[in-house]
Design a protein around this ligand. Structure first.
Ligand SMILES: O=c1nc[nH]c2c1ncn2[C@H]1C[C@H](O)[C@@H](COP(=O)(O)OP(=O)(O)OP(=O)(O)O)O1
Ligand SMILES: [Mg+2]
Length: 197
């Protein structure tokens, strides 16, 4: 089976990519399978910039085509925070529970009609000596008042999916991978997979 390297150390992302790529007959490997890979510094101010940084640095290091994912939660009432700081919102230890508690705390007095938010996913395809391709996908919703559900990862338990009363963490992986920001970004890459081989 053909293999795709995803330049991520996030287990939740790896599970979702493994599921989505398997439907295309492709196998996924990630930086979790490779020892001693450096942590790429996410110094960009946009998801697209950070995705490109991660993809290009790892593609140059191994001299092969690579996909990277930079994603996060954008909350209107918080002027777009946590945004590109989603992973490290409550500290460098990247603790999902602490990150969610911080958001819930900041959103405590925000009324229901002002709790709109979206997940954003930028995917970058970097190839040695070639220009990087970047696509973006979105998923609209609202911030809940407590953590509900145990599927998925990251901020899923506090993200109520648009036009439903379920959090992302209450969806099955099949359901999430139909509507998520990551699935929407992947759909835009679907006709470009040949670039990886
Ligand atoms: O589907 C999702 N459901 C819930 N939360 C999500 C999702 N997708 C991203 N997120 C959150 C997790 C993390 O707080 C941040 C990603 O940060 P981001 O830097 O892209 O990933 P990361 O540091 O965990 O791994 P890596 O950079 O190695 O890919 O957004
Ligand atoms: Mg990261």
């Amino acid at each position: 089976m053909k293999k795709v390297l995803i330049a991520t150390k996030n287990e939740g992302k790896v599970k979702e990519f493994t599921f989505m790529f398997s439907e295309m007959g492709l196998e996924v490997t990630s930086l979790l399978d490779v020892e001693n890979t450096p942590d790429v510094e996410e110094t960009g101010t946009t998801f697209a910039e950070n995705a490109a940084l991660k993809a290009e640095e790892i593609s140059e290091l191994y001299n092969i085509p690579v996909i990277a994912d930079d994603s996060g939660l954008v909350i209107d009432a918080l002027d777009g925070r946590p945004g590109v700081f989603s992973a490290r919102y409550a500290g460098i230890e990247k603790d999902d529970n602490k990150n969610m508690d911080k958001v819930l705390d900041e959103m405590r007095s925000v009324p229901p009609e002002e709790r709109s938010a979206r997940f954003v996913c930028a995917l970058a395809v970097a190839r040695p000596g070639m220009e990087t391709l970047i696509v973006e996908g979105y998923c609209e919703g609202e911030i809940g008042y407590k953590k509900t559900g145990s599927n998925g990862f990251g901020y899923d338990p506090i993200f109520v999916v648009g036009h439903t009363s379920s959090t992302m963490a209450e969806l099955t992986k099949e359901e999430k991978n139909k509507i998520s920001h990551r699935a929407n970004a992947m759909a835009k890459l679907k006709d470009q997979m040949h670039l990886l081989f």
